[in-house]
Design a protein. Structure first.
Length: 603
């Protein structure tokens, strides 16, 4: 996985070393070991970055293992600058030693961390890194998303992911280098906000040069002085004014234009650091009851994506698999995905940026309310927003899902406070994107009202939402999912309404006509014909319901015991992709044939 692709696509350096591959590994179920020297026997070899529960790790042990250890040798020579070791994600708490010296500790299973290991390196270039991980399978007060707390996966929860599950790599930089880069598009004024943060030996005379290209055309070549190691500037682009010309530079799913960038850090004439990046010009906003993309109403057609693979769980088998998932979502007629209960690998976001797929990013839930759970969530959510802020594909942040982790929203003020606090924190960290406080029901502070409704009868869905005065009727009389849609004190203020979960039709082509009832879905189809009929009619109803500013169908693929994907777990389609696409977009058969240039037999 990711042997050749740089794992941080918006801050790329040419020289780096990938530490994925074979590591020594052992379980420490009783927690006997404290230091690397305590480990007496490395009982397994593991293929990083795959979790030990997965087949691709080479271990495939899905039992309860609270403590695990990793170790590997690598070669890197000390240098005058700094050597930085990066971890994409380690679930859940980690400590890292290099040559026996503790270099970093981190808590949070979905976000990256780094360590300056320069002072620990051996002069001969032969180094050893050791990683300790604690991931308590019974701890419900940590953000864990869809990872099950029972030994065997049940209902809508899946096997656990323990330890390292994203790329580990090292890079060597100068004493002073670019640590962080943020891009903020300003559509209204045709500007790109650029924030550069340097670290290390911060001198008086540090400058940064920023170049931006659209294809081969150089759009900007700006030069700024850093103050306190930071530069924050807006780069003006030329606004062509005419829509057709504007569309050539704007990012959208239909035309995902990226602007390449190069950022160089200098001290006088000396180049200290140079990184490659990219950004895009686009805006997302809310205007009354509509979602807006680049200042125009835009209908959201999303699919719920759990981001699991049967052989590798939360880690994609390869970068090509991430790219293919983006392609498949688009081929099925969707313009976005709701990444459900998972902070996805940045390489997926890169392909979504490049190929044009919008992403709702959602915080993985804890399942117990406590001050510790909220503290952990705030820390990890803050890190996730910081990591992914600059990706143009991300259009919405979702803090909570279906009151998970805050189950008493209708009764307990502290639970309400948590949702409102996360909403306002997110809006503070990023004022450019809509934020959903709690998706599905029991909404309070939110920019979009998300509704979850798994009624399998399209005619009942039509009757519920396509009425003369749908909003008043819905909020006064209807209770999708048996829950109130908004909490007291938070009446609907005209925000966009999106059907953010529906469908969930289970169909397993390999098991028809007598499906194995151990597979699960919200409703079930037994033949391809009935499956298509249900999907087509349900999508027709939802597409034609004016109340909705968009929808998110459940779901992208079968995932473990859930058989309600449009694709099988191996990503093979259950119906022809063009047929799914036509139904998703509510395109009649005759119109689809015209699009494809086929003879319909109609004069």
């Amino acid at each position: 996985m990711n042997q050749f692709e740089y794992p941080r696509p918006q801050l790329v350096r040419d020289q780096w070393q990938n530490l994925n591959g074979t590591w020594q590994f052992c379980f420490d179920d009783e927690g006997h070991y404290t230091l690397p020297s305590d480990v007496k026997e490395w009982t397994h070899e593991i293929t990083v970055p795959f979790a030990p529960e997965t087949a691709m790790s080479g271990i495939e042990d899905t039992g309860f293992h609270r403590f695990v250890w990793y170790q590997r040798e690598f070669e890197v020579m000390p240098m005058d600058g700094r050597t930085i070791m990066h971890f994409g994600a380690v679930d859940y708490s980690a400590r890292v030693w290099v040559n026996g010296q503790l270099v970093v500790e981190h808590e949070g299973g979905h976000t990256p961390f780094s360590a300056d290991i320069s002072g620990t390196l051996n002069a001969d270039g032969k180094q050893v890194v050791t990683v300790w991980v604690e991931d308590d399978p019974a701890d419900l007060a940590k953000p864990r998303g869809k990872q099950d707390w029972l030994l065997d996966a049940h209902s809508i929860w899946y096997p656990r992911t323990t330890g390292i599950w994203q790329t580990v790599w090292i890079e060597q930089v100068s004493q002073t280098y670019i640590q962080k880069l943020r891009w903020t598009p300003v559509f209204e004024t045709y500007e790109i906000g650029c924030e550069v943060f340097a670290t290390g030996d911060i001198q008086e005379e540090l400058f940064v040069e920023v170049k931006i290209w659209h294809g081969d055309q150089l759009l900007a070549d700006d030069y700024y002085k850093l103050l306190g190691g930071e530069a924050n500037r807006k780069i003006a682009l030329s606004d062509p004014g005419i829509d057709d010309s504007r569309n050539e530079i704007l990012w959208s799913p239909e035309r995902p234009t990226l602007l390449d960038a190069e950022v160089t850090l200098r001290a006088g004439d000396v180049v200290l650091d140079r990184i490659r990046s990219y950004t895009a010009l686009r805006s997302v906003s809310i205007n009354r009851d509509r979602f807006m993309l680049n200042g125009r109403p835009y209908q959201l057609r999303l699919v719920l994506d759990q981001g699991y693979w049967p052989e590798s769980f939360m880690t994609a088998p390869s970068d090509a698999h991430l790219k293919r998932d983006v392609e498949l979502a688009k081929l099925m007629g969707f313009n976005g995905v709701r990444k459900h209960q998972k902070i996805e690998d940045p390489r997926f976001l890169y392909w979504a940026d490049k190929l044009g797929l919008m992403v709702w990013e959602e915080m993985p839930s804890a399942y117990r309310f406590s001050p510790r759970a909220i503290t952990r969530m705030v820390k990890e959510w803050t890190e996730a927003i910081e990591r992914d802020y600059s990706h143009p594909c991300i259009i919405v942040w979702v803090a909570f899902n279906e009151s998970w982790g805050v189950p008493n929203l209708t009764l307990t003020q502290a639970h309400r406070n948590a949702v409102e606090a996360l909403y306002h924190l997110t809006r503070t960290l990023d004022s450019t994107r809509p934020v959903i406080g709690n998706d599905g029901w029991e909404a309070s502070a939110t920019d979009i009202l998300g509704i979850h409704d798994y009624d399998s009868d399209p005619e009942k869905v039509l009757a519920r939402y396509a009425v003369t005065d749908p909003v008043r009727t819905l909020f006064d009389q209807r209770r999708p999912g048996g829950r109130i849609l908004t909490l007291d004190g938070f009446p609907h203020r005209g925000q966009p309404i999106v059907l953010t979960e529906f469908g969930g039709i289970a169909y397993d082509p390999k098991q028809t006509p007598n499906p194995d009832e151990t597979t699960w879905g919200y409703s079930r189809a037994h033949t391809a014909e009935s499956y298509l009929k249900q999907y087509r009619r349900l999508l027709q109803v939802v597409n034609e319901t004016f109340m909705f500013s968009g929808f998110c169908y459940t779901q992208f693929t079968d995932t473990f015991q859930e058989a309600n994907g449009l694709l099988n777990a191996d990503r093979s389609p259950k119906l022809p992709l063009d047929v799914i696409s036509a139904a998703t977009r509510n395109i009649p058969l005759f119109q689809r044939a015209l699009e494809e240039g086929k003879d319909t037999g109609t004069p």
